[in-house]
Design a protein around this ligand. Structure first.
Ligand code: GA4
Length: 346
């Protein structure tokens, strides 16, 4: 990791008085392999928390392990190697490799990450989409000889498939046509992304600050897209805000996925599904690695509360806008801001 500029760690460190978030007692869970009750369970979780765990997902555990291993190998390269590896293939901000800087409006976190665009074929690093990441051979263990690039694609294809199954259950739970949401992520022009995050353990410098308090990996925010599907290693860190504003931690589960409802889905469901506020706190001794698939609509897609969900004579809580418009507006905000309030009807 690069050396921190003066004052940067203070911004990433939370005051020591900040309470440790208690674990969420009953993490809502949906078993995709279950014979019945899936759509109702998905709907209930999206209404209450905008968040749930997915088991029985069918994505091979070996693929998850390979991904985790390759991501760890990538982040173990030197800072210069990581920057060089990505600048050779990524088209630049917001895509590519970055460390500590989140977005372009001054947000900082104790995190380094890869952000990749997703095309219909899988994860893409941009213009030279046929290129293989120039990872040194020895950086990837020999048992996994396929390139990081191919692995990212394989992972993305498998997780996008499962994401669409979840989106179909969301639609079914609301009594809509099954493809009401999934079609947006399956569209050739869907604006989806893949993010690989690495949160190194709490830095030693923090011991002198605030008596060694908590460190923010990724500050609180909601995701702008329709849906986010996360998988992490066994290190804790993810926290979500409940309806009453209290923060709870989510016990990690490396063999499951966690689903977040995003802003776009809150709009489509006229606020019935809740875009969940979440953050990642840094573990004091262990690294956390997570991979998140963000399912987004095509830029031209007009987003507005779906008629069936507004009901006759019902009030539309949001005005109509394109995903292009919303995304541009979101990228002008600071991470923690409420982005949807600018699109609410009065
Ligand atoms: C949050 C969800 C995704 O990680 C992301 C993030 C994006 C970025 O890191 O560049 C944003 C953030 C996210 C929301 C507001 C803006 C944009 C950082 C930021 C301050 C890739 C996304 O699409 O929106």
């Amino acid at each position: 990791m690069v050396v921190l500029a003066k004052g940067e760690l203070e911004q990433i460190a939370l005051p020591a008085v900040q309470k440790v978030a208690p674990p969420l007692a009953d993490v809502p869970e949906v078993d995709l392999a279950a014979a019945e009750g899936r759509a109702a369970a998905v709907r209930a979780a999206c209404e209450e928390h905008g968040f749930f765990k997915v088991t029985g997902h069918g994505v091979p555990l070996a693929l998850l392990a390979r991904m985790e291993e390759a991501a760890a190998a990538f982040f173990a390269l030197t800072q210069r190697e990581k920057e060089a590896a990505m600048s050779a293939v990524a088209p630049g901000s917001p895509f590519g490799y970055a460390s500590k800087r989140i977005g372009s409006n001054g947000d900082l976190g104790w995190v380094e990450y890869l952000l990749l665009g997703v095309t219909a074929a899988g994860a893409s690093t941009g213009e030279n989409s046929g290129a293989t990441l120039p990872l040194p051979e020895e950086a990837v263990p020999s048992a996994w000889r396929c390139s990081f690039r191919d692995l990212l694609n394989e992972y993305t294809v498998a997780v996008r498939r499962m994401t669409c199954e979840v989106l179909e259950l969301m639609a079914e739970g609301l009594g809509m046509e099954r493809d009401a949401f999934a079609r947006l992520v399956l569209d050739e022009e869907s604006d989806s992304m893949l993010r690989v995050n690495h949160y190194p353990p709490r830095p030693d410098q923090l011991k002198q600050l605030h008596g060694g308090g908590r460190v923010t990996g990724f500050g609180e925010h909601t995701d702008p897209q329709i849906i986010s599907v996360l998988r992490s290693n066994a290190t804790s860190g993810l926290e979500i805000a409940l309806r009453d504003g209290t923060w709870v931690s989510v016990p990690p589960d490396q063999s499951s996925f966690f689903v977040n409802v995003g802003d776009a889905l809150q709009v489509l469901t006229n606020g019935r599904f809740r875009s969940v506020r979440h953050r990642v706190m840094v573990n004091s001794v262990r690294s956390r690695v997570s991979v998140i698939f963000f399912g987004g609509p095509p830029p031209r897609e007009m987003l507005a509360p779906l008629l069936q969900l507004v009901g006759e004579g019902g009030r539309r809580r949001y005005r109509e806008f394109t995903w292009r418009e919303y995304k541009a507006s979101a990228y002008r905000t600071k991470l923690a801001e409420n982005r949807l309030c600018h699109f609410e009807t009065t």
